[in-house]
Design a protein around this ligand. Structure first.
Ligand code: COA
Length: 266
Protein backbone atom coordinates (compact mmCIF):
# COMPACT_ATOMS: atom_id res chain seq x y z
CA UNK A 1 0.00 0.00 0.00
CA UNK A 2 1.28 3.46 -0.93
CA UNK A 3 -0.37 6.73 0.02
CA UNK A 4 0.90 10.23 -0.73
CA UNK A 5 -0.10 12.94 1.70
CA UNK A 6 0.94 16.52 0.97
CA UNK A 7 4.15 16.34 3.01
CA UNK A 8 4.47 12.67 4.01
CA UNK A 9 4.65 9.46 1.97
CA UNK A 10 3.35 6.25 3.51
CA UNK A 11 4.40 2.80 2.33
CA UNK A 12 3.16 -0.40 3.92
CA UNK A 13 4.43 -3.88 3.08
CA UNK A 14 1.48 -6.00 4.17
CA UNK A 15 3.37 -9.27 3.93
CA UNK A 16 6.13 -8.18 6.32
CA UNK A 17 3.88 -5.88 8.35
CA UNK A 18 6.45 -3.08 7.99
CA UNK A 19 5.55 0.54 7.26
CA UNK A 20 7.61 3.61 6.38
CA UNK A 21 6.57 7.23 6.80
CA UNK A 22 8.84 9.51 4.75
CA UNK A 23 8.91 13.22 5.59
CA UNK A 24 8.84 14.80 2.17
CA UNK A 25 9.75 18.50 2.04
CA UNK A 26 13.27 18.25 0.64
CA UNK A 27 13.47 21.95 -0.35
CA UNK A 28 13.34 22.97 3.30
CA UNK A 29 15.31 19.99 4.68
CA UNK A 30 12.00 18.39 5.71
CA UNK A 31 11.16 21.29 8.05
CA UNK A 32 8.07 20.55 10.11
CA UNK A 33 5.00 22.66 9.39
CA UNK A 34 1.41 22.22 10.57
CA UNK A 35 0.56 20.19 7.47
CA UNK A 36 3.40 17.74 8.18
CA UNK A 37 2.18 17.25 11.75
CA UNK A 38 -1.30 16.51 10.40
CA UNK A 39 0.06 14.19 7.69
CA UNK A 40 2.07 12.15 10.20
CA UNK A 41 -1.09 11.69 12.26
CA UNK A 42 -3.10 10.79 9.14
CA UNK A 43 -0.44 8.26 8.09
CA UNK A 44 -0.58 6.59 11.49
CA UNK A 45 -4.40 6.64 11.41
CA UNK A 46 -4.32 4.87 8.05
CA UNK A 47 -2.03 2.18 9.44
CA UNK A 48 -4.29 1.83 12.49
CA UNK A 49 -7.24 1.19 10.15
CA UNK A 50 -5.28 -1.64 8.47
CA UNK A 51 -4.39 -3.03 11.85
CA UNK A 52 -7.94 -2.97 13.15
CA UNK A 53 -9.28 -4.64 10.00
CA UNK A 54 -6.78 -7.52 10.27
CA UNK A 55 -7.33 -10.88 11.88
CA UNK A 56 -4.60 -10.57 14.53
CA UNK A 57 -1.96 -7.90 14.01
CA UNK A 58 -1.15 -6.25 10.66
CA UNK A 59 1.48 -3.64 11.53
CA UNK A 60 4.65 -4.93 13.18
CA UNK A 61 6.80 -1.76 13.07
CA UNK A 62 6.91 1.72 11.52
CA UNK A 63 10.04 3.58 10.40
CA UNK A 64 9.96 7.39 10.16
CA UNK A 65 12.66 8.87 7.91
CA UNK A 66 13.41 12.03 5.95
CA UNK A 67 13.58 12.17 2.19
CA UNK A 68 16.98 12.93 0.65
CA UNK A 69 20.36 12.52 2.27
CA UNK A 70 20.71 15.90 4.02
CA UNK A 71 18.14 15.83 6.80
CA UNK A 72 15.80 13.74 8.88
CA UNK A 73 14.09 17.05 9.75
CA UNK A 74 15.65 20.53 10.24
CA UNK A 75 13.10 21.48 12.89
CA UNK A 76 9.95 23.54 12.85
CA UNK A 77 9.42 25.50 9.65
CA UNK A 78 10.78 28.90 10.60
CA UNK A 79 9.07 30.64 7.68
CA UNK A 80 5.66 29.89 9.17
CA UNK A 81 6.64 30.72 12.72
CA UNK A 82 6.30 34.40 13.42
CA UNK A 83 2.81 35.57 14.18
CA UNK A 84 1.60 32.04 15.03
CA UNK A 85 -0.70 32.23 18.03
CA UNK A 86 0.30 29.92 20.89
CA UNK A 87 -3.08 28.16 20.61
CA UNK A 88 -2.43 27.27 16.96
CA UNK A 89 0.90 25.59 17.75
CA UNK A 90 0.24 22.11 19.11
CA UNK A 91 3.00 19.59 18.46
CA UNK A 92 1.78 17.42 21.35
CA UNK A 93 -1.06 15.78 19.45
CA UNK A 94 1.39 14.37 16.87
CA UNK A 95 3.72 13.27 19.64
CA UNK A 96 0.85 11.46 21.40
CA UNK A 97 -0.18 9.72 18.18
CA UNK A 98 3.31 8.17 17.95
CA UNK A 99 3.44 7.21 21.61
CA UNK A 100 -0.06 5.73 21.49
CA UNK A 101 0.50 3.93 18.16
CA UNK A 102 0.41 0.26 19.21
CA UNK A 103 3.44 -1.01 17.23
CA UNK A 104 7.02 0.20 17.72
CA UNK A 105 8.04 3.34 15.81
CA UNK A 106 11.68 3.83 14.82
CA UNK A 107 13.26 7.17 13.86
CA UNK A 108 15.85 6.54 11.16
CA UNK A 109 18.04 9.64 11.32
CA UNK A 110 20.33 10.60 8.48
CA UNK A 111 21.58 14.18 8.36
CA UNK A 112 20.22 17.10 10.38
CA UNK A 113 17.86 16.25 13.22
CA UNK A 114 17.11 19.59 14.85
CA UNK A 115 14.51 21.24 17.05
CA UNK A 116 11.06 19.82 16.32
CA UNK A 117 12.78 17.10 14.25
CA UNK A 118 14.68 15.93 17.31
CA UNK A 119 11.44 16.10 19.32
CA UNK A 120 9.76 13.94 16.68
CA UNK A 121 12.61 11.42 17.02
CA UNK A 122 12.28 11.55 20.82
CA UNK A 123 8.61 10.57 20.52
CA UNK A 124 9.65 7.37 18.72
CA UNK A 125 10.43 4.16 20.57
CA UNK A 126 13.92 3.91 19.02
CA UNK A 127 16.37 6.32 17.40
CA UNK A 128 18.92 4.89 14.98
CA UNK A 129 21.28 7.33 13.22
CA UNK A 130 24.00 7.42 10.60
CA UNK A 131 27.35 8.63 11.93
CA UNK A 132 27.37 11.89 9.94
CA UNK A 133 24.03 13.00 11.49
CA UNK A 134 23.92 16.17 13.58
CA UNK A 135 21.45 16.68 16.40
CA UNK A 136 20.51 19.77 18.37
CA UNK A 137 17.99 22.21 19.80
CA UNK A 138 18.60 25.53 17.98
CA UNK A 139 15.40 27.14 19.35
CA UNK A 140 17.36 29.23 21.85
CA UNK A 141 18.70 31.42 19.04
CA UNK A 142 15.12 32.23 18.04
CA UNK A 143 14.38 33.22 21.62
CA UNK A 144 12.45 30.00 22.24
CA UNK A 145 12.77 26.65 23.95
CA UNK A 146 11.89 23.25 22.37
CA UNK A 147 8.08 23.41 22.18
CA UNK A 148 7.13 19.73 22.42
CA UNK A 149 8.77 18.83 25.70
CA UNK A 150 12.24 18.24 24.21
CA UNK A 151 14.13 19.33 27.32
CA UNK A 152 11.96 17.07 29.50
CA UNK A 153 12.51 14.00 27.33
CA UNK A 154 16.27 14.47 26.91
CA UNK A 155 16.47 15.04 30.68
CA UNK A 156 14.88 11.61 31.22
CA UNK A 157 16.90 9.77 28.55
CA UNK A 158 20.23 11.41 29.37
CA UNK A 159 20.29 13.90 32.25
CA UNK A 160 18.83 17.31 33.10
CA UNK A 161 22.31 18.78 32.77
CA UNK A 162 22.83 17.41 29.25
CA UNK A 163 19.33 18.58 28.22
CA UNK A 164 20.15 22.08 29.45
CA UNK A 165 23.48 22.04 27.60
CA UNK A 166 21.80 21.07 24.31
CA UNK A 167 18.96 23.60 24.60
CA UNK A 168 21.06 26.48 25.99
CA UNK A 169 24.00 26.26 23.58
CA UNK A 170 21.92 25.38 20.51
CA UNK A 171 24.98 23.49 19.25
CA UNK A 172 24.70 20.66 16.75
CA UNK A 173 26.26 17.58 18.32
CA UNK A 174 27.55 14.43 16.63
CA UNK A 175 25.60 11.18 16.54
CA UNK A 176 28.40 9.59 18.52
CA UNK A 177 28.01 12.11 21.38
CA UNK A 178 24.20 11.75 21.32
CA UNK A 179 24.54 7.95 21.56
CA UNK A 180 27.05 8.19 24.40
CA UNK A 181 24.53 10.32 26.33
CA UNK A 182 21.75 7.76 25.74
CA UNK A 183 19.71 9.83 23.28
CA UNK A 184 20.33 7.44 20.35
CA UNK A 185 19.97 3.64 20.48
CA UNK A 186 22.46 2.92 17.69
CA UNK A 187 24.82 4.71 15.31
CA UNK A 188 25.94 3.08 12.06
CA UNK A 189 28.15 4.16 9.18
CA UNK A 190 26.36 6.13 6.46
CA UNK A 191 26.87 3.16 4.12
CA UNK A 192 25.25 0.68 6.49
CA UNK A 193 22.37 2.59 8.08
CA UNK A 194 19.70 1.35 5.63
CA UNK A 195 20.66 -2.31 5.99
CA UNK A 196 20.97 -2.04 9.77
CA UNK A 197 17.54 -0.44 10.19
CA UNK A 198 16.03 -3.06 7.86
CA UNK A 199 17.59 -5.82 9.95
CA UNK A 200 16.36 -4.19 13.18
CA UNK A 201 12.73 -3.90 12.07
CA UNK A 202 12.69 -7.33 10.45
CA UNK A 203 13.88 -8.84 13.73
CA UNK A 204 11.10 -6.98 15.58
CA UNK A 205 8.56 -8.14 12.98
CA UNK A 206 9.44 -11.79 13.59
CA UNK A 207 8.68 -11.55 17.33
CA UNK A 208 5.26 -12.21 18.89
CA UNK A 209 3.51 -8.90 18.19
CA UNK A 210 1.24 -8.82 21.24
CA UNK A 211 4.27 -9.17 23.50
CA UNK A 212 6.09 -6.42 21.52
CA UNK A 213 3.08 -4.12 21.96
CA UNK A 214 2.83 -4.95 25.66
CA UNK A 215 6.50 -4.03 26.12
CA UNK A 216 5.91 -0.71 24.32
CA UNK A 217 2.99 0.07 26.64
CA UNK A 218 4.97 -1.01 29.68
CA UNK A 219 7.86 1.30 28.72
CA UNK A 220 5.39 4.16 28.27
CA UNK A 221 3.87 3.47 31.68
CA UNK A 222 7.41 3.47 33.15
CA UNK A 223 8.10 6.88 31.56
CA UNK A 224 4.87 8.42 32.83
CA UNK A 225 4.26 6.87 36.25
CA UNK A 226 5.97 5.39 39.27
CA UNK A 227 7.18 1.86 39.97
CA UNK A 228 4.07 0.79 41.88
CA UNK A 229 1.71 1.58 38.99
CA UNK A 230 4.17 0.16 36.45
CA UNK A 231 4.44 -3.17 38.23
CA UNK A 232 0.65 -3.38 38.50
CA UNK A 233 0.39 -2.80 34.74
CA UNK A 234 3.02 -5.48 33.96
CA UNK A 235 1.31 -8.05 36.19
CA UNK A 236 -2.03 -7.49 34.48
CA UNK A 237 -0.66 -7.63 30.92
CA UNK A 238 1.48 -10.70 31.73
CA UNK A 239 -1.67 -12.65 32.68
CA UNK A 240 -3.31 -11.62 29.40
CA UNK A 241 -0.27 -12.66 27.33
CA UNK A 242 -0.20 -16.07 29.04
CA UNK A 243 -3.53 -16.83 27.37
CA UNK A 244 -2.51 -15.98 23.79
CA UNK A 245 -1.87 -18.28 20.84
CA UNK A 246 1.46 -16.49 20.41
CA UNK A 247 2.59 -17.64 23.85
CA UNK A 248 1.58 -21.22 23.03
CA UNK A 249 3.48 -20.97 19.73
CA UNK A 250 6.63 -19.64 21.44
CA UNK A 251 6.50 -22.34 24.11
CA UNK A 252 6.11 -25.03 21.43
CA UNK A 253 9.11 -23.66 19.49
CA UNK A 254 11.16 -23.78 22.70
CA UNK A 255 10.18 -27.39 23.36
CA UNK A 256 10.53 -28.77 19.82
CA UNK A 257 13.97 -28.45 18.22
CA UNK A 258 13.00 -28.11 14.57
CA UNK A 259 9.80 -26.14 14.94
CA UNK A 260 9.82 -22.61 13.37
CA UNK A 261 7.24 -20.48 15.16
CA UNK A 262 4.87 -18.12 13.38
CA UNK A 263 3.30 -15.37 15.43
CA UNK A 264 0.01 -13.79 14.35
CA UNK A 265 -0.82 -11.49 17.21
CA UNK A 266 -3.67 -13.58 18.60
N1 COA B 1 12.44 26.03 8.36
C1 COA B 1 12.27 26.47 7.10
N2 COA B 1 13.19 26.31 6.13
C2 COA B 1 14.34 25.69 6.44
C3 COA B 1 14.59 25.20 7.76
C4 COA B 1 13.58 25.40 8.73
N3 COA B 1 13.72 24.95 9.98
N4 COA B 1 15.82 24.64 7.77
C5 COA B 1 16.31 24.76 6.53
N5 COA B 1 15.43 25.38 5.74
C6 COA B 1 15.58 25.73 4.31
C7 COA B 1 16.54 26.87 4.12
O1 COA B 1 15.87 28.12 4.29
C8 COA B 1 17.00 26.65 2.69
O2 COA B 1 15.99 27.09 1.80
P1 COA B 1 16.38 27.89 0.43
O3 COA B 1 17.18 26.88 -0.36
O4 COA B 1 15.05 28.22 -0.15
O5 COA B 1 17.20 29.07 0.88
C9 COA B 1 17.04 25.12 2.59
O6 COA B 1 16.23 24.64 3.65
C10 COA B 1 18.45 24.56 2.78
O7 COA B 1 18.96 25.06 4.00
P2 COA B 1 20.34 25.89 4.09
O8 COA B 1 20.28 26.74 5.32
O9 COA B 1 20.66 26.58 2.81
O10 COA B 1 21.37 24.69 4.28
P3 COA B 1 22.72 24.73 5.09
O11 COA B 1 23.41 23.44 4.78
O12 COA B 1 23.48 25.98 4.86
O13 COA B 1 22.27 24.71 6.64
C11 COA B 1 20.99 24.03 8.57
C12 COA B 1 21.51 23.65 7.16
C13 COA B 1 20.05 22.91 9.02
C14 COA B 1 22.16 24.18 9.54
C15 COA B 1 20.21 25.39 8.48
O14 COA B 1 19.29 25.29 7.39
C16 COA B 1 19.46 25.75 9.72
O15 COA B 1 20.08 26.21 10.69
N6 COA B 1 18.12 25.59 9.71
C17 COA B 1 17.29 26.02 10.79
C18 COA B 1 17.33 25.03 11.93
C19 COA B 1 16.46 25.50 13.10
O16 COA B 1 16.72 26.52 13.70
N7 COA B 1 15.44 24.69 13.43
C20 COA B 1 14.61 24.89 14.61
C21 COA B 1 13.49 25.80 14.37
S1 COA B 1 12.61 26.08 15.88
Amino acid sequence: MHEEFETVRVAFDEEQGLATLTLNRPDSLNAMNGQMRKDIESGLDLLTEHDEAADGVAVRAVVIEGTGDRAFCAGADITGFSGVSPAAFDPHSMRDSIIEFPAPVIAKIHGYCLGGGLELALACDFRIASESSRLGFPEVDLGLLPGAGGVQYVARLASPSFAKELAMTGEHISAERAASEGVLNHVYSDANIDAEVDAFVEALAAKPPLAIRAVKDSGNVAAETGLHEGRKYDRRIFSTLLQTDDHEEGARAFAEDDYEPEFHGR
